[in-house]
Design a protein around this ligand. Sequence first.
Ligand code: 0O2
Length: 213
Amino acid sequence: METGINVSSIASDLREYEDFIQPYEDAVSIVQVWLETLDKDFQRRHKHNPIHSMQSRIKTLNSIVGKLDRKGIPVSFEAAKDYLTDIAGIRVICFYVQDVYTIVNILKKQMDIIMIKEKDYIEEPKKNGYRSYHLVLGVTVYHAEGKQYYPVEIQIRTLAMDFWASMEHQLCYKAVRDDKTLLSKELKECSLLLEEIEGRMERFYDPEAEREG
Ligand code: 0O2
């Protein structure tokens, strides 16, 4: 029966995607182990877990194709490898702003990494109010044939920053609305309020006290 769908071509694309994506999954696993170790070590030394939670994600084939298309780059796995640094991503949610910087500093000291991109949107928030620390690390993945760096985008932010980013994404993503100006103004104000609130709460956090307790 002629379905118009080339099943063997889809199967071969999927196989190619699986081969392509495997080292990115390996790179994410490596960073997750670093972060889990760091969190446990910090708890042992300071009686405090800097990491509240973590999520990782690998871009789907559809999303890779969509992003290359949007950037006007002809779609291929080679192009994805050369131009996309967010195929593998990890989001790390912390309690306090100082935890974010603790994690950033420890990650930067890991062996077998290169720094590809670093943006401190906490020190310098985006115009819309977005706050977060972004790193793209090249993480060494060892294969039978040798080793290679694969980029992992790591977004590190506090609970308050994550709350704002999730709400902003929910309210703005693909939304067609006629109150955009008011919404942007409100979101900016909410970001400043949340920054103030987390600062007030963080003032009560004393790492020395936790160590003694
Ligand atoms: P998704 O679906 O979360 O992956 P890039 O866009 O990656 O080519 P750029 O501009 O250097 O390059 O990226 P940047 O500024 O480091 O931001 C990358 C990611 O941070 C975004 O990925 C979002 O996840 C998050 N982000 C950045 N700005 C905002 C913002 O204003 N609001 C929210 N909610 N999230 C933001 P993607 O690919 O846009 O989306």
